[in-house]
Design a protein around this ligand. Structure first.
Ligand SMILES: CC(C)(COP(=O)([O-])OP(=O)([O-])OC[C@H]1O[C@@H](n2cnc3c(N)ncnc32)[C@H](O)[C@@H]1OP(=O)([O-])[O-])[C@@H](O)C(=O)NCCC(=O)NCCSC(=O)C[C@@](C)(O)CC(=O)[O-]
Length: 301
């Protein structure tokens, strides 16, 4: 199959990237990061999550971040929502899209959202209905589609099962997430094919963590199946609080370098993206996890 000619990237740095940071990042820094991502050409940004602040303290400023954004036309701002309480809080902030998040593995579902997969779907059903009634788009993140930190390998059939449940409750598109970054290209392709049993290829995205350095290879493997939507994180920020040892998402800079090298259009200016990475890395006092970003920053001197 020919590779797609264009790709849409959702930068999840402000949410997935920062949620696990011990040091609280103030809302104005998060907003500064979002503005720099917009300047770099990102047209979809996962801004925050309306989850319990006891579970994820870094996202406790969700309403402040949303209220402080100067929304740019043409940019889609999404937020994670685990239940009706989160949806009601998110609704006041008027996101363009909400993301409900379920797991392909039972154990991770329990650790991450304190309920079984079936219970999570029951919780999401009214949330999805309410969001769509408000004209808010709904994405479903599927965690642990390749491996689980508690159960080990996850079978494609589990991914297909979850994708089917999300489809049934009205989720419009899904992310195939390798939460702990253990996937390699063929395993990731099997997980994507499982999602494709229920969703059109235009509505399936790849979300790869880079724990074992496979994020770029897995992106290429997904492109080979025609997938053209990806989530990645500026500077490779990230890690899930409930997936011990897992590192950040594949860096947006690394994905963009791959895509531009393949002649695939992204609308993203790599130099400006590195500016955004330098901004947040400077705040965190830590070098970027992106190989591309590091190379470009070194050339700048
Ligand atoms: C789902 C719950 C809330 C269940 O947590 P629970 O403790 O079972 O919830 P509960 O309904 O029993 O409520 C307990 C307390 O939490 C409050 N509460 C209840 N809901 C909310 C809410 N929405 N916002 C704010 N507060 C909330 C509620 O009001 C109550 O407050 P209290 O009466 O004790 O003061 C909790 O487990 C939670 O917040 N989990 C979120 C964990 C999380 O954010 N994980 C990271 C995101 S997933 C991820 O990163 C993976 C992804 C998407 O990136 C893809 C990938 O790579 O895999």
């Amino acid at each position: 199959m020919a590779l797609p000619s264009k790709v849409r990237i959702i930068d999840v740095g402000p949410r997935d990237g920062l949620q696990n940071e011990k040091q609280i990042v103030p809302p104005e820094v998060k907003i500064g990061l979002i503005e720099r991502l917009e300047r770099a050409g990102l047209r979809e940004i996962e801004v925050t999550s309306f989850v319990s602040p006891k579970w994820v303290p870094q996202m406790a400023d969700n309403a402040q971040v949303m209220a402080g954004l100067v929304r740019k036309p043409g940019v889609r701002y999404s937020v994670l929502v685990p239940n009706m309480k989160g949806f009601e809080a998110a609704l006041a902030a008027q996101p363009d899209e909400i993301v409900v998040f379920a797991s392909a593995s039972e154990a991770f579902s329990q650790k991450n959202i304190n309920c079984s997969i079936a219970e999570s779907i029951e919780r999401f059903a009214p949330v999805v209905e309410a969001a769509r009634a408000e004209g808010i788009a709904v994405r479903g993140a599927m965690s642990c589609t390749v491996g689980c930190p508690y159960e080990g390998e996850v079978a494609p059939a589990q991914v297909a099962h979850l994708a089917g449940l999300l489809k049934q409750v009205g989720v419009q598109r899904v992310d195939v997430a390798d939460t702990i970054g253990v996937g390699t290209p063929l395993r990731v392709q099997r997980a994507i094919e499982a999602a494709l049993k229920h969703f059109d290829v235009d509505d399936v995205s790849g979300h790869f963590h880079d724990t074992y350095g496979q994020g770029v290879s897995n992106t290429y493997a997904a492109l080979q199946l025609g997938v053209w939507n990806f989530q990645s994180s500026v500077a490779g920020l990230g890690g899930c609080p409930y997936a011990k040892g897992a590192t950040g998402n594949v860096a947006t800079e690394d994905v963009v370098y791959l895509l531009h090298g393949l002649g695939i259009e992204t609308g993203i200016d790599l130099e400006r993206l590195v500016d955004a990475a330098e901004y947040i890395s400077g705040f965190l006092q830590r070098p970027s996890n992106s190989r591309t970003g590091t190379a470009i920053a070194r050339q700048r001197g």
